[in-house]
Design a protein around this ligand. Structure first.
Ligand SMILES: CC(C)(COP(=O)(O)OP(=O)(O)OC[C@H]1O[C@@H](n2cnc3c(N)ncnc32)[C@H](O)[C@@H]1OP(=O)(O)O)[C@@H](O)C(=O)NCCC(=O)NCCS
Length: 176
């Protein structure tokens, strides 16, 4: 059955979404509880939006993001790394992808690509930024194929065990 992509009220469906993220990204119950508060706070930020993919009514993937702001925590962490590479202007006029996750049973069928292109196609900013674990992963493969390039690597977030890469792409995202 083809997934249906549509806007998602992430505040109302936060537990459903985090259940998908927990399986896709490998989060334990404690991490889910922390993420829950973060997601609910993020959804109050100006312009924060989410899309979901549903199969037979069940949420199998979601993406959310917002217009970037230099005063958001994420920006304050990545700013010095981008500045060191001369890339800190990417923090302005950018739509940030905060999370993108697809249930493992539904990966590799184009859902992740559809979710991220759908949300960025409705952004008014001319570019998009995000962070991903700095390794050769399906996520990094997807982002590269959409036109994202590395703006900084080996970025350390407090409490995250692994370093991240910060990536940016012009909008609209590249089509295959
Ligand atoms: C990253 C993720 C969202 C991609 O979703 P998806 O629906 O599986 O991705 P798609 O089917 O749309 O794949 C699109 C592209 O991703 C890349 N990709 C997907 N699976 C891949 C794999 N196993 N190895 C390498 N590249 C892969 C390919 O470039 C693929 O392009 P193609 O369709 O031309 O081959 C999904 O793998 C996921 O949820 N991963 C775990 C959570 C995670 O890492 N989220 C991102 C946090 S930054």
């Amino acid at each position: 059955m083809d997934p249906v992509i549509g806007t998602l009220d992430l505040t109302a469906h936060v537990d459903e979404a985090l259940a998908v993220q927990a399986l896709a990204f490998g989060l334990g119950p404690d991490e889910v509880a922390v993420r829950r508060q973060i997601v609910l706070r993020h959804m109050q930020y100006q312009g924060a939006r989410a899309y979901g993919a549903r199969v037979a009514g069940l949420l199998v993937g979601f993406v959310y993001g917002m217009p970037n702001s230099r005063i958001h925590w994420w920006s304050t962490v990545v700013e010095p790394y981008l500045r060191a590479n001369g890339n800190h202007a990417w923090l302005d006029d950018s739509f940030v992808i905060t999370e993108l996750h697809v249930h493992p049973d539904h990966q590799n069928r184009g859902i992740g690509r559809r979710l991220i292109t759908t949300i960025t196609d409705t952004a008014t900013q001319p570019r998009s930024i995000l962070s991903a674990i700095d390794t050769d992963s399906p996520a990094r493969g997807l982002y590269h194929s959409l036109g994202y390039t590395d703006l900084a690597r080996q970025v350390h977030f407090p409490s995250a065990p692994r370093p991240y890469a910060v990536m940016g792409a012009p909008l609209p995202l590249r089509r295959p």
